[in-house]
Design a protein around this ligand. Structure first.
Ligand code: MIC
Ligand code: SF4
Length: 647
């Protein structure tokens, strides 16, 4: 049997461990990326590791999330990250340059390499054949410090694409179609690998749209092969020398296989409030639209925006619609300014905003109360857009542009509009003036720390008995946006955990901090896929700060579980998921003899003192995860190793 592409890349970069599903494997990390909303923590953690130099081939610190400088806070964070980049030899991407994933695809991603990023949409790089994995900030700091990443080898799922997309169906519709098929849990525990004759008709940025939304499936990453389409893209970016051909063997072995006929896919939409709540656009009638937002790391490429401009050329944005466009990169903005397409967008009445994440993370452009926003983004969780009562519909750029004109959610294939045909240019604009490349002599660089930058919380070593109240019981698929909401008001406090803690679980209850303060911390009970969504480790650091000792859940999302372990919070899986029903908020709980239990077989007995019964939970982790948890998280563990107290 032949080998899958992801397996080949992992084997090439393997340092230790077996490349077998479930085994712990350590690989060499070639590149890392950070963005600013997770980046301040990453660089504080890197600083705590006391290193002089990073060990990756290339690391980039992007500023793209917190670009609204409504006060000094975001500007302070940018200055801190800039100084950390200069100190450690990291490339710094100034605000205004664009969205990390789009920029990394354009300027740095390399087929066959491994990229670790402190953002869940890092798998966008899979569009050019890179094994690109999203992780918590601490894991990215460790990757920069050691040049390695340790993870549990996922299974590999093959999605074979056959046929060709019909007119007006787009790569985004493929991503949404797969979400309908597999749901937001369907990719958990898998790397998704695309093959088949259908992929030759998909450009690198089309492929990147699909791998980007693998994050919404919960997959570890998604990847396309590096073929002539990738070579052409790299040539046009002026970096042909980065091309290496990497493909799966024709008879590659996979753990799961799915076949999708592209010609069957229609324009699709994910309705509020989950990316897997998908239907064909034509099946939903009469949705009047207040806002249309085009951009984000999913759909802000040159082709996406050129298609948008072509649809809007000579037309007018509907009087009741606010159309907002955030380009993916300054290079795209420059090309569209030069070729006149930007003028077409402006003439139609579009609001052009900075090349950044912007409205995708609620950084401005919150919709009206109860408003309907049609967006080309990837997530439509409740409240994420900045307006709790708004409903976000996730679609392709084509559907978004047509709907901006008609004022109703409109399937472009039935709109009577003419479909644009966008050719890629001979070469993409390449200017690097927003990048600051590190100097050779970095000996005198000082870190710049403004008053918004507070130390991050560090846990205490685990004690034999862990007791407390069940502070909160939540449903399935709780997102990190629920645990630690982010919007224009809160993002400035990403380096200020005490301030953020006031808003923990704010989409679910208004008094979580009070509950935690009153009881000296406690426990949380979750359903399936607890912590899906972003990589933000604030969703672990804030609960740590509030004294949360363990989360009991039916299952956990990968990155969040790693963040909990790194923070010294126990992620315990209910051995029998029916036990979920037996618990109520305010129950007094005790984890019995937890250190011994973790050390022996990872099965922990949990006593419900209030209701007088016992259940069992499992820690699904490696030996080193257990050592980390006993030490009270990664930083305590490293400190103990330095002092010779740990193995
Ligand atoms: C997101 O899309 O939710 C974010 C903002 O990019 C996050 C990172 C963060 O919370 O800072 C992600 O996806 O990891
Ligand atoms: Fe930025 Fe949105 Fe992409 Fe997250 S999903 S990286 S906020 S554009």
């Amino acid at each position: 049997m032949g080998k899958a592409l992801a397996r080949k890349i992992i084997e090439t970069n393997r340092i230790t461990g077996a490349v077998e599903p479930g085994a712990e494997v350590t690989v060499k990390v070639n590149q890392t990326l950070t963005q600013d909303s997770t980046g301040t923590m990453v660089y504080l953690q890197l600083e705590a590791m006391n290193i002089h130099e990073i060990k990756t081939d290339l690391s980039v610190a992007y500023i793209d999330h917190n670009t609204l400088q409504a006060g000094f806070e975001n500007a302070d964070d940018h200055a801190f990250i800039k100084s950390a980049a200069a100190k450690y030899g990291i490339i710094y991407s100034k605000p205004g340059n664009g969205i990390c994933h789009q920029l990394h695809l354009e300027r740095f991603g390399k087929p066959g390499g491994i990229l670790l990023g402190s953002d869940s949409h890092t798998p966008t790089g899979g569009g050019l054949g890179m094994l690109a994995i999203g992780a918590g900030g601490l894991d990215v700091a460790v990757a920069m410090a050691n040049g390695t990443y340790t993870f549990r080898m996922p299974k590999i799922m093959n999605i074979e694409l056959v046929g060709k997309l019909k007119p007006w169906a787009a790569a985004k519709d493929v991503a949404l179609y797969i979400l309908k098929l597999l749901t937001v849990k369907g990719g958990v525990g898998y790397i998704i690998e695309y093959t088949g004759e259908g992929l030759k008709s998909l450009s690198v940025t089309d492929r990147a749209t699909i791998t980007n939304m693998g994050a919404e499936l919960g997959a570890t990453t998604s990847i396309f092969p590096s073929d002539s389409v990738v070579l052409d893209f790299l040539k046009k970016q002026g970096r042909e020398e980065d091309y290496v051909s990497f493909t799966a063997d024709a008879d590659a072995e996979y753990d799961k296989k799915i076949r999708i006929d592209l010609s069957k896919i229609k324009p699709m939409v994910a309705k509020p409030h989950s990316p897997d709540n998908v239907e064909a656009v034509q099946d939903i009638k009469g949705i009047k639209v207040d806002q249309v937002a085009i951009g984000s790391c999913t759909n802000s490429s040159y082709t996406d925006l050129m298609k948008t401009a072509a649809i809007l050329k000579g037309k007018r944005v509907h009087p009741d619609v606010s159309l907002v466009i955030a380009p993916g990169s300054s290079n795209i903005l420059k090309m569209m300014a030069e070729n006149g397409a930007m003028a077409d967008l402006i003439a139609a009445g579009a609001r052009i905003i900075e090349a950044a994440c912007g409205p995708c993370i609620g950084m401005g452009q919150a919709p009206t109360s109860g408003g309907i926003s049609v967006r080309t983004f990837n997530r439509n969780f409740k409240g994420r857009c900045g307006t709790d009562s708004a409903g976000v519909y996730v679609v392709s750029p084509e559907t978004a542009a047509v709907s901006a004109i008609t004022g109703y959610l409109t399937s472009p294939d039935t709109s009577g509009f003419e479909q644009p045909d966008i050719e890629l240019p001979e070469s993409f604009a390449v200017h690097d003036n927003y990048f600051i490349f590190p100097q050779a002599d970095r000996s005198n660089v000082e870190l710049v720390m403004g008053p918004n930058i507070k130390p991050f919380p560090v846990n205490k070593p685990l004690t034999a008995t862990v007791k407390g109240k069940l502070l909160l019981k939540v449903a399935d698929n709780i997102t990190t946006d629920d645990i630690m909401p982010s919007n224009a008001k809160l993002l400035p406090f990403r380096s200020n955990i005490p301030e953020l803690s006031k808003y923990c679980f704010g989409t679910i209850v208004s008094d979580f901090k009070e509950r935690a303060d009153k009881n000296g911390g406690g426990f949380i009970l979750g359903g399936e896929n607890y912590g899906q969504g972003s990589s933000r480790e604030h969703a672990a650091l804030v609960p740590l700060y509030l004294g949360i000792k363990a989360i009991l859940a039916k299952s956990f999302a990968r990155i969040h579980k790693d963040n909990l372990i790194n923070s010294g919070i126990l992620p315990l899986v209910l051995a029998d998921s029916n036990d979920y029903e037996k618990f109520d908020e305010n129950d007094e709980i005790e984890l019995l003899n937890v250190i011994e239990a973790l050390k022996s077989e990872g099965t922990v007995r949990v006593k419900n003192i209030s209701k007088d019964f016992e259940i069992t939970c499992r820690l699904e982790g490696s030996e080193s995860d257990i050592e980390l948890l006993i030490a009270g998280g990664y930083l305590n563990y490293m400190e103990a190793i330095r002092k010779g107290r740990c193995s």
